[in-house]
Ligand binder design. Structure first.
Ligand SMILES: Cc1ncc(COP(=O)(O)O)c(C=O)c1O
Length: 391
């Protein structure tokens, strides 16, 4: 039987292995020179003034919430369809989470739903967390316009979107947001195994992010409450965490980032082949990309005509060891969030439609044309009887 195919997978070559080995042979496995270099490389890639590395995307989102001052009793609004970490970060700070419906064709936060929620709001949220689903950038200009009017901070959950652009600006430049969070989990555009990065424009925000990521400690004498000339002196000024990235991981990140253009080009070629295969097909269609967004295609998201068709495709591929995934069960459906807010699902027609119809097909740089042809043929074969019925 052919080897199993998953919806996503890392691409590791000898340059990555050599980069990690170099750190292993050095004196410092963590808190050495590689983390700073990776931060600089990523900041320059996304054209952001500041980049702060952290141990994963979840930690990055938590740091963003803490550094923006989100605390007990605040309200944070989150796009309804995402990985649970997009909402959990606000809960870690004690905030109440409310969900904003999505547009099921793009998978991203619906501007109309946000407008309606703002118009009816008794009080405005302290922050809005938007998610660039599958790498498709949200309409950030419209979101920023709505949020600026009410002084709502914007966090971009860009865990899927390293390499994406919006109006030709790289996602991560924070042109329309306070900060932007990336994940380097193995299925993402580049990997450091576990890892994350936060980018921002404000120097003071960057300072707070760094401090929270390393126990709340400041090594900058200008910030100390009790000036001290001892060379070993440092101050813990707030309660922080150990959310640091190691040098081993940063070295891998640097090597991966050097090859990002190749990764993106291969992902885009795979998506084009899916698009060509499904053009004119009434039972499956590809995710609709937002105007002025150029996706990094972390996911190959399709919308099926109904949940039965989706189940058939999932099953037929699964029988051949090809494993798709659903991104995502709407977060408000999770028992943890249901017990917090008595949610009525019909309040989120966009997220419910996505939940019924969406599926992520395999996409990663080393997926071969033969493997993709197999996937496409299996889908066509599965859809064949239903297409005849619908004609
Ligand atoms: C949209 C989104 N946000 C946040 C995260 C959390 O990232 P990490 O796994 O690096 O903690 C993920 C990870 O899969 C994600 O997909």
């Amino acid at each position: 039987m052919a080897k199993a195919i998953y919806y996503g997978k890392q691409t590791i070559d000898q340059q990555d292995i050599d980069a990690v080995c170099e750190v292993l042979h050095s004196n410092l496995l963590t808190q050495g020179p590689y983390v700073g270099r990776f931060e600089q490389d990523l900041a320059s890639y996304v054209n952001a003034p500041h980049a702060i590395a952290c141990c994963n995307g979840t930690a990055g989102l938590h740091l963003a919430c803490m550094a923006l001052g989100i605390t007990q009793g605040d309200e944070v609004w989150v796009s309804a369809v995402s990985f649970v970490a997009s909402a959990n970060c606000a809960r870690y700070c004690g905030a109440n989470v409310r969900f904003v419906d999505i547009d099921p064709t793009s998978g991203n936060l619906s501007i109309e739903a946000l407008e309606k929620m703002l118009a009816k709001a008794e009080h405005f949220p302290k922050a809005l967390i938007v998610v660039h689903l599958g790498g498709n950038s949200c309409d950030m200009a419209s979101i920023a316009k709505l949020c600026q009017a009410h002084r709502i901070a914007i966090i971009e959950d860009a865990c899927h979107a390293l390499g994406s652009t919006y109006h030709n600006d790289p996602v991560g430049s924070c042109r329309y947001s306070d900060c932007c969070v990336f994940s380097f989990h193995p299925v993402k555009t580049i990997t450091t195994a576990e890892g994350g990065m936060i980018t921002c424009k404000s120097q003071s925000l960057a300072k707070r992010l760094r401090q929270f990521a390393s126990h709340g400690i400041s090594k900058d004498a200008d910030d100390w409450s009790y000036p001290n000339s001892a060379p070993w002196y440092y101050e813990q000024q707030t309660l922080g965490y150990n959310y640091r990235l190691s040098d081993l991981q940063a070295a891998l990140g640097i090597a991966q980032l050097r090859r990002i253009d190749d990764f993106l080009q291969k992902r885009r070629a795979i998506i084009e082949r899916y698009e060509q295969a499904f053009v004119g097909n009434s039972l499956v269609s590809m995710q609709q990309i937002t105007a002025h967004s150029h996706s990094a295609y972390h996911l190959a998201l399709i919308q099926c005509a109904d949940s039965k068709i989706r189940q058939k495709i999932y099953q037929a591929l699964g029988d051949e060891q090809i494993f798709c995934q659903l991104h995502y069960i709407p977060i408000y459906r999770q028992p943890y969030y249901r017990q917090l807010n008595s949610t009525e699902f019909h309040q989120y027609p966009g997220a419910e439609a996505h939940y019924q119809h969406a599926l992520s097909l395999p996409v990663y740089p080393t997926l071969s044309i033969d493997e993709q042809n197999r996937i496409i043929k299996l889908i066509e074969h599965t859809l064949h009887p239903y297409l005849q019925l619908s004609n």
